[in-house]
Design a protein around this ligand. Structure first.
Ligand SMILES: NC(=O)c1ccc[n+]([C@@H]2O[C@H](COP(=O)([O-])OP(=O)(O)OC[C@H]3O[C@@H](n4cnc5c(N)ncnc54)[C@H](O)[C@@H]3O)[C@@H](O)[C@H]2O)c1
Length: 279
């Protein structure tokens, strides 16, 4: 029978955990018994001027401006569960910042066992001829290279422990494509190649690397869509509803836990059939 707290004694780091899926995943890992580093580009009170975020990401600027940053709050909720947590400002595009955070966690908690690469940008919408090359580069830099940077930072510690779990949050669009989001679609498909390649390398060190492919999940960012778009989206999902954050978080906890010890290189859709042909 599965243990109630399967991740007791493990240390997890989640990227992009100030809201949405990242926050939900961090809370679920804490609830499963792990100590959790809650990291994000944005931390309450510490972020740059929201206006300076506009050129980086419209979504980041929106949430910084509207009080939608909850990194410290998520950390506090996890501590209330009786495990350790700390909130860290960490930009996944900045290897020096990542190395500093990882070194601090390793010194404090004795190494990272579970890494969830959740940080992502999904606000670059334009057909090809209107795509801005800088935004294409940004999509790849955050969504794909960001995961690469974080894995590189935790890998030596996992190798030393001969134990590691890496979960990359891709998207169902890695398999279907994403109209008017070529950078997003390419970066999320790239995460599958990265996961499988590192699964091969990690196997000899008992490090598993898997990808979760969420469908349309009911997060603050998705809720910004207008009602008509939401209706069109829901109609196109086989299960005729959005997914809940907890439904994705449960898949991540499973892949991070002892029962998934022989699963690596997998791409697990949690999409309610959004990836299927709906007729
Ligand atoms: N919500 C969905 O329907 C859905 C579907 C498929 C995949 N996903 C993926 O799940 C992840 C989370 O989605 P969400 O809906 O919660 O999105 P979101 O935009 O609400 O959250 C993304 C988080 O990443 C952080 N972030 C952005 N750039 C960063 C950087 N450079 N360094 C560190 N943190 C950074 C943001 O501050 C934010 O907290 C994303 O990778 C997204 O692509 C979401």
């Amino acid at each position: 029978m599965a243990s109630q707290k399967p991740l007791t004694g493990k240390v997890a780091l989640v990227t992009g955990a100030s809201r949405g899926l990242g926050a939900g995943i961090a809370l679920a890992l804490g609830d499963a018994g792990a100590d959790v580093a809650v990291t994000d580009l944005l931390v309450e009170g510490a972020q740059e001027d929201p206006l300076s975020l506009v050129s980086y990401s419209i979504l980041a600027a929106h949430f910084a401006r509207s009080g939608g940053v909850h990194t410290l709050e998520v950390c506090k909720k996890i501590e209330e569960m009786g495990v350790q947590s700390r909130a860290c400002k960490m930009d996944v595009t900045c290897p020096d910042e990542i190395c500093q955070v990882v070194a601090d966690i390793e010194a404090q908690w004795g190494g990272i066992d579970i890494l969830v690469n959740n940080a992502g940008v999904m606000d670059n919408f334009a057909l090809l001829e209107k795509q801005n090359p800088d935004m294409w580069e940004r999509d790849l830099k955050v969504n794909l290279s960001g995961a690469f940077n974080c894995i590189r930072a935790v890998w030596p510690g996992m190798k030393k422990k001969k134990w590691g779990r890496i979960v990359n949050i891709s998207s169902f669009v890695a398999q279907t494509g994403a109209l008017a989001q070529p950078g997003y679609g390419a970066s999320k498909a790239g995460l599958l190649g990265l996961s499988r390649s590192l699964a091969l390398e990690g196997a000899r060190h008992n490090i598993t690397v898997n990808a979760v492919l969420p469908g349309f999940i009911d997060t603050e960012a998705v809720r910004l869509q207008d009602r008509k778009t939401m209706e069109r989206i829901t109609d196109r999902i086989a299960m005729k509803r959005l997914g809940q954050v907890g439904e994705v978080a449960a898949a991540v906890v499973f892949l991070a836990g002892p029962e998934a010890s022989y699963i690596t290189g997998a791409a697990l859709p949690v999409a309610g059939g959004a990836d299927l042909f709906v007729f």
